[in-house]
Each structure stands twice: as C-alpha cells, then as structure tokens.
Design a protein around this ligand. Structure first.
Ligand code: NAP
Length: 492
C-alpha cells in the first residue's frame, strides 16, 4: 500500500482507531494467510487503510460462530437485548463527529451529510431497542369452541446481512437493529469499498455488551466466493441484502436452493412529479434534497423529473441555479456540498449517461462534465428537454445529474412515472389534496414523498416493489423480517 493522504492528525486518529480485523465469535482476528484489502479515499484516489480480506474458510468460521451463539441469544431477555441497542445508540450519538469523519473519508460525502447518516443510523438502534419488548403473539378460542390457539413469534435464526457502500452505517443498523431485537445472530458483510464504518459499529456493539458470536463481521474482496457457501448452508436461515437489483437477483437464485428467507432492498429509479399547481419554491427545494443527498448516490435519489409543461422551463432554470451554486470538493472541507463519486467506474457510468442524453437532444442547463484533477468528482448537472428514449430515464444514474422532461396532464404524468421496472419511491408536488392522494395511490412504488424530498425515517417501513425488491426495514414492520410465526394448537 502506498502512503496515505490523510490531511490532518484528526483524520489519522479516527482511521487508526478502527479495528481492521475480522470479528468472529467475539475475537478480532486476521484473515487466513494475513491477506488484506485496501480502502481508498475517493476524493484523492489514494489508499486510506487496509483491512482483513476474508477467505471462504474465514466466512464459514463466522457462520459457525453465529450458529453456535443462536440458542443462547434467542433465550436472552428481550429487555436486555433492547438495552444493548440503547447503549449502542447512545455511544453512536456521543461519537457522531468522529464516526462522520470516518464515513466521509471512505465514502466521500460531505461531513454534514455523514453526520446526518450517523444520526439516522443511530435512530434504528433506538427504534429497535423499543421494539425488542413489543414482540407479541395471541391466544384465542378456536371457532368451534373446543380448542385453543396460541400464536407466538420466534427469531428466524442465524442471518446473513450484506450491505452496500452508499450508506455505510445506516444500511447496517437497519438490519442489525431488528436482528438483535428479535434474538437472531448474524454474519455481516459490508461493501469492500466502505468497511470502516461497519467495523467501528461492530466495536461499539461489543462495548455495549453484545455477547460474543451474536454479530460476526467479515470484510472481503471476493464477496461472491466468500458468501456463496454461506447462502448455500442450511444452517443460515435468512439473507437480508441491500444493493443492486442485478446482484439481488443472483443472490435470490442462490438462496432458492435451501429456500432461504429473503429481504431484498434493491435499486431505484425515482420519478419526481411537479404539477402546475405546486408551490414551486418547495418543489425546487425538495428537488435539491431528493437529487443531491448523498451526491445522488442513493436508491431514493430522484432519478428523473417529470414537470407540468407550463412550469417545466422555470423549474429547470431554478434547479440549475441551485445545483450550479453548490460547492464541489473533498467532503472534509468547509462548505462543501458535493463530494466525489465512489470510484472511476461509477463516474464513467454517469458521464456515459449524460453523453447519451445530450446525443439524443437533451440540453445541459448547467454542468455536464467531470471535474479535472484527482478524485472522482462530477459537476452537478441539470439536463432540460430530455427525450423519452434517453437511457438515464430508464437506468439508475447514481450521480448528481437531474434530467427534466415535461408532461401534458395527470394521466401522462402517472404513466411516465410508472414506466420503469423499479418501484422504490416517488415524489409528488401539488397543492391539490385530492390530486395528491389520487396520484400517490396510482404510483407503483413502496413509498411516496408528498411535498417533501426525503422519506427516510427509522419509524417508517422502508422498501420497494417490482424490481426494487421486497421486505421492509424500519417501522413496526421491520422486526417481522427477523421473526417466524408459530401456531400451537391446544386440545382442551
Ligand atoms: P452491489 O454491487 O449490488 O453490492 C452490494 C453488496 O453486495 C456489497 O456488499 C457487495 O460487496 C455485495 N456483493 C456483490 N456481489 C456479491 C455476490 N455475488 N455475493 C455476495 N455479495 C455480493 O451494490 P452497490 O453498488 O454496493 O450499491 C448500490 C446499489 O444499492 C444501488 O443499486 C442502490 O440503489 C442500492 N441500494 C438500495 C437501497 C434500498 O434500500 N433499496 C439502499 C441503498 C442502496 P462488494 O462490493 O465488496 O463486492
């Protein structure tokens, strides 16, 4: 590994403080053969740290540890499971500045956004610390009056949790929180590009009193080879995956061998609808949030703007003015609002989509090119008059690019919004309450942001339909993904 480019003592301290080994059965250990993988700073393209690079045998040891701990963890009092999560919530909040810095270094987003993610991530632990003691069943008289019916909930068993790089901590806590609350043990595998936040989180859970073997963490450069045998192992009872639809589909196929229980939080292609009766100030503000949060690298990112014909021009101009004024730079610098994309591949994909749209007749109102120099920066971009056949209306952009297309009437807006295989979230801006509800109900998505550009909330069920997957994280629904329902028929 070449010399790191950490620019301050503070940065070095937070990176050095993170454990870099695998956590298996309560002990931190090197990967087989001492192999390591480099983690890069996307703002400079230089290595930041090295972490253990687990082999398939290491991964299997992690599953062995989760299986060994399952029975005693399931018997652990729910109140204590909840209190472990509560302590972890408090520690995350107390250490949010250093955790945010760590996240910015490995993922690139501006510090203020990392801070927001750390808070959001902690909220899942607070929420599920409260849910741990509310796992309920029921007792009923059978309809024939003769028997009794007892319905109870039990933990699913050892879980495999796989998370992406774009929200390195929150995508973990919204799986780990309900798994801990329900009494499940787990093997967690974060994305190889951003393992540091998850490693820090594992240490916090350890310090909060999570028993050995409940959470096992592996980092690896060969996720398919390491996780494949675990997915095929009948001792694993559940796979919860957040990532691309393409990989999700592959994992579903693998999981079908042993009918593994699945939760799939996959890609999105969110439409953002602005009707001519909308408050345009609110719509532009919501658009900036829905598009630019996380540098556009969010499954919930507004991917395409469908705007009523009479206001489309003004909307594009105003959005371009806001995006064009955003400061691009290393996420640690003061006032930066747009960090680098995660890597060269992602930046190349964004550039290709923009070139395709312009080639088909779209106009760049602002931006339209990558930034010169080190790091994977792409300038915030607004494209107007985007034709229906442009690729970026169909594919997840995952970058700071806002394509605007106009529509004639409500039916055309709904048809355009639903013209995608994805179905995670949609945004609707209108002041007409009847239209708001009519359109929200007609949209083929798991979530709708009504006159607001963000939907994420630990107390709400997050998830999609169609190719955005299935299962819900957060809310009252989140814990059910980690529970089985058992019915006991009682003969009196
Ligand atoms: P990805 O390439 O699908 O990877 C996601 C995770 O799966 C990473 O940990 C990755 O590890 C791992 N992985 C890849 N191939 C695997 C395999 N064959 N077996 C086991 N694990 C494997 O997605 P990404 O690029 O990291 O994340 C971006 C995607 O996530 C976008 O499509 C976004 O929309 C989606 N996302 C969805 C939600 C939601 O809640 N719906 C939330 C956030 C993100 P390595 O990268 O280390 O190989």
């Amino acid at each position: 590994m070449t010399a790191t480019q950490l620019t301050s003592e503070n940065e070095r301290t937070v990176v050095d403080a993170v454990p870099k080994q695998l956590l298996i059965g309560g002990s931190w250990r090197d990967a087989e053969g001492g192999r390591t993988l480099d983690v890069e700073d996307p703002s400079t393209g230089t290595p930041l740290a090295s972490v253990a690079d687990a082999s398939p045998a290491d991964a299997m040891r992690a599953l062995d540890a989760a299986v060994a701990a399952q029975a005693s963890w399931a018997a652990h009092p729910p109140r204590e499971r909840g209190e472990i999560l509560r302590r972890a919530f408090e520690q995350i909040v107390a250490r949010s500045d250093e955790l945010a810095l760590l996240m910015t270094l490995e993922m690139g987003k501006p510090l203020s956004e990392s801070k927001a993610e750390v808070t959001y991530a902690a909220e899942f632990f607070r929420w599920f610390s409260e849910e741990a003691v509310r796992i309920e069943g029921r007792f009923a008289v059978a309809p024939n009056g003769a028997g009794r019916m007892l319905v109870t909930k039990q933990p699913v068993g050892p879980c495999l949790l796989i998370t992406p790089w774009n929200f390195p901590m929150a995508m973990g806590t919204r799986k780990i929180g309900p798994a801990v609350a329900a009494g499940c043990t787990m093997v967690v595998k974060p994305a190889s590009q951003t393992p540091l936040s998850m490693l820090a989180l594992a240490r916090i859970l350890e310090d909060s009193g999570l028993p050995d073997g409940v959470l096992n963490l592996i980092t690896t450069s060969s996720s398919g080879k390491a996780m494949g045998p675990l997915i095929a192992d009948r001792r694993a009872r559940k796979l919860s995956f957040t990532g691309s639809t393409e990989v999700g589909r592959k994992l579903m196929e693998q999981g079908s061998q042993q009918l593994l229980r699945l939760s799939m939080e996959l890609g999105g292609n969110a439409p953002f609808l602005v009707f001519d009766d909308a408050d345009l100030d609110a719509a532009v503000e919501g658009a900036v949030l829905a598009k630019m949060r996380n540098i556009g690298e969010a499954c919930t990112a507004a991917n395409r703007f469908h705007v009523a014909g009479p206001v489309a021009g003004e909307f594009s101009e105003r959005l371009a003015e806001k995006l064009g004024a955003m400061k691009v730079g290393r996420g640690t610098e003061d006032g930066v609002q747009v960090g680098p994309l995660i890597d060269a591949t992602q930046r190349g994909k964004v550039a290709d989509l923009v070139t395709d749209a312009i080639g088909r007749g779209a106009k760049a109102v602002v931006g339209g090119q990558a930034r010169e120099g080190a790091g994977y920066f792409y300038n915030p971009t607004v494209l107007a008059d985007v034709p229906g056949d442009a690729k970026l209306l169909k594919e997840e952009i995952f970058g700071p690019v806002a394509p605007v297309a106009s529509f004639d009437d409500e039916a055309a807006a709904i048809a355009a919004a639903n013209d995608t295989e994805y179905g995670l979230v949609a945004y609707v801006f209108t002041r007409d309450i009847k239209r708001a509800l009519r359109v929200s109900e007609a949209l083929e998505t798991g979530m709708v942001g009504l006159n607001q550009g963000i939907v994420s909330n630990a107390a709400a069920p997050f998830g999609g339909i169609k190719h955005s997957g299935f299962g819900r994280e957060g809310g009252r629904e989140g814990i059910n993904e980690y529970l089985e329902t058992k019915y006991i028929a009682i003969n009196l």
